[in-house]
Write a protein of this length. Sequence first.
Length: 342
Amino acid sequence: MEVASGKKSEDKSADKKAETEGEGEGSDYFSASERRNFLHGMVKSLPTSLQNRLTVLKNMQIEHLELERQLYEDIFNVERKYHEKLTPLYNKRKDIISGALEPVAELPKWKDSEEKDAEMPLPNDCCNILKMYKNANEKTKGLPNFWLTIFKTSDRLSDFIYLVDEPLLSKLNDITIDYSELSYTIVFHFDENEYIHNSILTKQYFLKKSVDKEFPFTYDGPDVIKSIGCKIDWKEGKNLTLSKIKNITCETGPILVPTASFFHFFNPPQIAEGKMNEDVEIVMFKDFELGQFLRDELIPRAILFFTGDYFEDFEQFTDEESTNNGDECGGDESDGDDKKPA
């Protein structure tokens, strides 16, 4: 299922690619906008009888889109039904990770590949990740820092995680999904901690229910059209989304200003109709994309993210990153930068 604004982003990329490849006079390449303008003009120039046939065919396409909408809705409902069957597995996974259940040892049901993994550059904070497990021994219960490790090593999530977030994310004990009528909610479950009173934090995503009557041919599945977060009940002085700066007037105490934190995830922008601009659209698209990633990939396959057996098709290392990320684990810790090294 696509997310909102995806089509527009693809069109922009197509335009840019076409413009790059088609530079110069006499180019054989159309940009997306050039192609649309050319074909619209061509159709208007056709004889009336041909235009009438095209109108009928486009009306048939709208009927097709309505059936496609019903198909996607049925798929969503089947997914919702099978999620109920998966819930006992998710509950058992949580118990094993938390240490509430000690499973009986088993032989693996998969065959390990004998191929040697290609050497890849390590993230700069690999040492900090390893330090979380340096005291692990046979008496260690469950899998401590399971979700934090995934967040810090995932291509999709690591850029959203900051050093200030890590103590609270270390108290994250599970992430689940709740399905409802053409919407789903990502639920973050926390152990008792010094930062928030909430035991859960939620983010709900709503899917498009119908084909847009004004622009029906833009329909490409039940896109996410809106997300709603939740109110975080921060404990006194523990709000990770705010930081204190000195008041230069010296008339009052420090001023609280927004600061970078993963926990802004639970306060997405709510935009009135007609007030959307490109910057906000990009923020919302990233939000919708992240919610879809959590639902479709990370939650169902969390163990594979932890063990490195899930390959995210997201972003490859550049040569420059490869050069900068080759530090050995014997070095000093990061020198106070608020952002976790990626």
